[in-house]
Design a protein around this ligand. Structure first.
Ligand code: NAD
Ligand code: ZN
Length: 271
């Protein structure tokens, strides 16, 4: 399987990199796999009996901003301080060596692909980004870059005053991320990225495409569905699914049951 993956990489004219939370695990970031995984990453929420779905709720920014900004302020700080693992550089090296086109599609909101040097205009962040903010109302369709400094008491996971606010109306602001039961998310930035990705696929549909999927879980299957759609719809596309626990995909697509960094290194060693 690894040899076949290496031959697909070697011949690729186009790379589509699809990534879920597991892509960050080798950089030291938690995935949120099930309540158990979430509570292991955030013991304070285990004590409060709050799941990921409970925490990722836009209503907190109105009712209890110290809770809302506790979760998202902590993650803002965590993602700002994270150094992307070597796997990001391995993929960039392959793209450059093949003089290939590329696009990244991720459900991650952590900005790690930009940080690793992938071009902003070649990234689709399907659930938005923590590095952009919007009004929680929202009072307009504006979004702006998150340069807030949020202090969080990690024992209680509560943010300390002052909370980030909307510059237009003064209400508490929130990340421009699609949360659960979210009717206020402003999707324009993601929609523009989606159009760019659609155009990219249209213009590269006839070429040899390597889809490298890493760390995308089955619970919210958006990323897996994206990889599979490309893999089954486009004749010359092959999916390489790298995932230690949920690697299944039908042949001729390739399943690698290991972590992202380990899988990328194994393929790289064969090139
Ligand atoms: N960093 C982030 O931005 C971040 C982090 C957690 C969750 N989320 C959000 O939560 C939702 C959760 O869905 P999800 O499917 O992305 O995550 P998930 O937590 O449900 O699943 C993570 C997947 O990664 C795999 N995995 C674990 N370790 C890995 C490794 N070292 N290398 C490769 N894969 C590994 C697991 O087997 C699993 O399939 C998404 O919508 C995402 O936006 C984002
Ligand atoms: Zn406002």
């Amino acid at each position: 399987m690894q040899e076949y993956a290496a031959s697909i990489i070697m011949d690729a004219e186009v790379f589509v990199i699809t990534a879920g939370a597991g892509m960050g695990v080798d950089s030291g970031l938690p995935d949120f796999r099930g309540d158990h995984g979430f509570w292991k990453a955030y013991p304070a929420y285990a004590r409060l009996g709050l799941s990921f779905i409970d925490c990722a709720n836009p209503q907190h920014f109105a009712d209890n901003p110290s809770l809302g900004w506790g979760f998202y302020g902590h993650r803002t700080n965590l993602y700002r301080n994270t150094i992307p693992h070597e796997g990001f550089a391995i993929i960039k090296k392959w793209i450059e060596r093949n003089s290939a086109e590329y696009f990244v599609v991720t459900s991650n909101v952590d900005g790690q692909f930009q940080k690793a040097g992938f071009a902003d205009e070649r990234i689709l962040e399907v659930h938005g980004s923590i590095h952009w903010l919007q009004c929680q109302m929202p009072c307009s369709s504006s979004i702006w870059m998150n340069d807030e400094v949020v202090r969080v008491d990690e024992a209680s996971m509560r943010a300390l005053h002052p909370f980030p606010r909307c510059p237009d109306c003064g209400e508490v602001s929130r990340p421009n991320i699609l949360m659960f039961g979210d009717w206020s998310w402003l999707p324009d930035r993601t929609r523009i990225q989606e159009h760019a990705f659609d155009r990219f696929l249209e213009s590269n549909a006839e070429r040899r495409i390597a889809v490298i999927e890493m760390g995308a879980g089955c619970a919210i299957p958006t990323i897996r569905a994206t990889s599979e759609r490309i893999g089954w719809d486009l004749e010359k596309a092959t999916v390489i699914r790298i995932n230690p626990r949920e690697p299944g995909i039908k042949s001729p697509h390739i399943s690698m049951p290991c972590g992202a960094l380990e899988g990328l290194r194994k393929i790289d060693a064969l090139l």
